[in-house]
Design a protein around this ligand. Structure first.
Ligand code: NAD
Length: 338
């Protein structure tokens, strides 16, 4: 199968590209603009494989996209390219509107054009898989509820609103044009090659460099954490065996308060790279909360587990330990990406 991946130089996209090259016979074309968040170092281990190709392309550039679709003729598109950091979306929302909404629209249109030109048999096999987030569902507050695929969209930030808009476009291209689309909405990921603006790599980077460990508000916000390799296994299953027109929620059943996550990181660092005096916990500082900060996200992943047989393989403790060991070994990655 020929798969077009967008955003394959980013955190999750690169994990997916590495998974596809190492575990399947599929051919992969990775298109990525290489923003500050993307790096070809994340795909270096597979970049010489003859089934892998990379092109530096901005998904808001229609002409470049057209040329890629015409020459490569993908059988499946897995769309991950996005501006993904909530704080940036508050300061400068424009790029989020351009990439996340207009970029998705461009990909849908190019996919529709290609799909329409295919013979019936190939049309039936074509898939457009849109990778989205649980943040589109908004805030669960201090309830015991979980996000299901039926939960009403109620995004809080320009980031989540732009992802919600792109999700609506994808569903409408299926309903209106019958383009074979599938959506997945995942909880917070963690693992290697995550840009150190996000909580877990930021805390590891600051801890190792002796800087403050900033916690928004009182640190009581709850997120549902999933190891990135569990996510990419789910993505491949959804793209290859999921039902067309459906949405699959993906999550790790690992709800943790931010302060618990930071405390766990400090405890693991204390045991792996102990300080001469005291603990990494002493570096924690509390900073003013993010505006519109949602209190709790949590995913009900029973549909993907019942229908597609997916379950996460990593617990939060095992995944976090692996992740911290990776960043300790690859401190050059943290230093390069500041
Ligand atoms: P990331 O920020 O690490 O990577 C995004 C990639 O997209 C980068 O390589 C960047 O260069 C590329 N990109 C950005 N704008 C582009 C453009 N205009 N044209 C082409 N490429 C462009 O993000 P991530 O954490 O890997 O997230 C990937 C996807 O998964 C996003 O769609 C995000 O919404 C979704 N998601 C992320 C999480 C998470 O916890 N990180 C959770 C659920 C869903």
């Amino acid at each position: 199968m020929k798969i077009l991946i967008t955003g394959g130089a980013g955190f999750i996209g690169s994990a997916l590209v590495r998974y596809l090259i190492n575990n399947t016979d599929d051919h992969v074309l990775n298109i990525d603009k290489l923003t500050y968040a993307g790096s070809t170092s994340s795909t270096e281990s597979i970049s010489n494989n003859s089934r892998y190709n990379f092109e530096q392309i901005d998904i808001t550039n229609v002409r470049a996209l057209k040329s890629v679709f015409e020459s490569y003729k993908p059988q499946t598109v897995i769309h991950l390219a996005a501006e993904s950091h909530v704080d940036n979306s508050i300061g400068s929302p424009e790029e989020f509107i351009n990439t996340n909404i207009v970029g998705t629209y461009n990909l849908l249109e190019e996919s529709r054009r290609l799909w329409f030109s295919l013979p019936k048999k190939e049309q039936n096999l074509f898939r457009f898989h849109h990778v989205s987030t649980d943040e589109v569902y908004g805030d669960l507050g201090y309830t015991k509820k979980l996000f299901t695929e039926q939960t009403r969209y109620d995004p809080s930030s320009p980031y989540s609103a732009s992802k919600a808009a792109s999700d609506h476009l994808v569903r409408s291209w299926h309903k209106t044009y019958k383009l074979p689309t599938i959506l997945s909405n995942c909880s917070n990921n963690y693992g290697p090659y995550q840009f150190p603006e996000k909580l877990i790599p930021l805390i590891i980077k600051n801890a190792l460099s002796g800087s403050g460990l900033p916690i928004y508000g009182d640190g009581s916000q709850i997120r549902d954490w999933l190891y990135v390799e569990d996510h990419v296994r789910a993505l491949y299953l959804v793209a290859t065996t999921g039902r067309v027109g459906e949405t699959y929620n993906i999550g790790g059943h690992n709800e943790k308060k931010n302060i618990e996550v930071v405390t766990k990181i400090c405890n693991i660092l204390d045991s792996l790279v102990p300080l001469n005096h005291g603990s990494y916990l002493d570096q924690i500082t509390y900073v003013e909360d993010r505006p519109g900060h949602d209190i709790r996200y949590a995913i009900d992943a029973s549909k993907i587990s019942d229908e597609l047989g997916w379950v996460p393989m990593e617990t939060f403790d095992s995944g976090l330990k692996k992740t911290i060991k990776w960043y300790i070994k690859n401190q050059g990655y943290l230093k390069k990406n500041v």
